[in-house]
Design a protein around this ligand. Structure first.
Ligand code: 13P
Ligand code: SF4
Length: 302
């Protein structure tokens, strides 16, 4: 029996749903019940009536799903799939920063641990950060924004707000340099350049669109443009091509791979369903505090 077929059968037996991030390898995206960005996946995880969620992504995403659905079993097929950006700030470091700025509102990117979220007032993804700041935090005084300094710079530019920032960043997106964008534009004149807000500001400044991976998929579908340069992890190109067979997509550079997103395979998904591994657990004391800040984000929507 084919791996995909075995997974399909076991998925039914376990009453499981498979959620996959846009950066997953093509085979994983193809067997998933739903493929999306961090915000889409959080919403799906909070709404599904499946008993088990197999989360094909990185640890903070599966953890967010578990916080939103504490009664469900949430499985991460490869327990080493972490996010180095999320690991750049600990709850202890955030508490020290908060102590320096009493009274500041604390906003975290969803790319953080549950312990860090538990210290925050509000969460955001790259799809709704501008709205969260512009709407929910419009009357706030000081705002601490952790951990991504580049997302913070992007949102500051869009909202006119200044933030107290943490110096975190995504090691994958930080590899995209202005010369990559310039070279790609020279090779594909006329193509629209879209980049992720985790990119450096000097890269974002050269782009036509600075949007989340979900935003890229929507833009590719709705815009008239037929050719696009994709400034993010190239895993998303599989989905973009599948949804837009008549359009052309070029990675801004071939080396911008997130190794953690590539750890999930069909074999690991099958083992995960067979052995119910690796189940994510979050102590309820932490989860209940983290849940408030994630739910405040979900109320804002996209
Ligand atoms: P998206 O929410 O845009 O999918 O981004 C998640 C992420 O980790 C990007 O590196
Ligand atoms: Fe984390 Fe960057 Fe990988 Fe996204 S691409 S999961 S931010 S390391």
């Amino acid at each position: 029996m084919e791996l995909a077929e075995k997974i399909g059968r076991l998925k039914k037996d376990r009453k499981a749903v498979i959620l996959a991030h846009n950066y997953q390898i093509p085979e994983v995206q193809d067997i998933a019940d739903f493929v999306g960005d961090s915000l889409d996946l959080s919403i799906k995880a909070s709404q599904t009536d499946a008993e088990v969620i197999v989360f094909c992504g990185v640890h903070f995403m599966a953890e967010t799903a578990k916080i939103l659905s504490p009664g469900k079993t949430v499985l991460l097929p490869d327990k080493k799939s972490g996010c180095p950006m999320a690991d750049m700030i600990t709850a202890e470091q955030l508490r020290a920063l908060k102590a320096e700025h009493p009274g500041a509102k604390v906003l975290c990117y969803v790319n953080t641990s549950a312990e860090v979220k538990a210290e925050c007032d509000l969460c955001c993804t790259s799809a709704n950060a501008v709205r969260v700041v512009g709407e929910v935090l419009k009357d706030a005084g000081e705002i601490i924004f952790v951990p991504d300094r580049y997302l913070a710079a992007f949102v500051a530019g869009k909202t006119g707000r200044a933030f107290i920032v943490w110096q975190g960043f995504c090691p994958t997106h930080a590899q995209i340099l202005p010369e990559h964008v310039q070279a790609a534009r020279a090779l594909h004149p006329g193509a629209v350049v879209m980049v992720h807000p985790e990119c450096r500001p000097d890269v974002a400044a050269l782009a036509d669109q600075v949007i989340s991976t979900g935003g890229m998929s929507r833009y590719a579908r709705e815009a008239e443009a037929r050719e696009m340069i994709v400034g993010t992890e190239p895993g998303i190109i599989h989905r973009l091509k599948k949804e837009n067979p008549g359009k052309i997509f070029h990675p801004v550079s071939d080396s911008v791979v997130c190794p953690n997103m590539k750890r999930t395979s069909l074999e690991k998904i099958l083992w995960s369903l067979e052995d119910m591994t690796h189940a994510i657990e979050v102590p309820e004391e932490t989860a209940s505090r983290a849940r408030r800040c994630i739910e405040a984000m979900l109320n804002v929507g996209r």
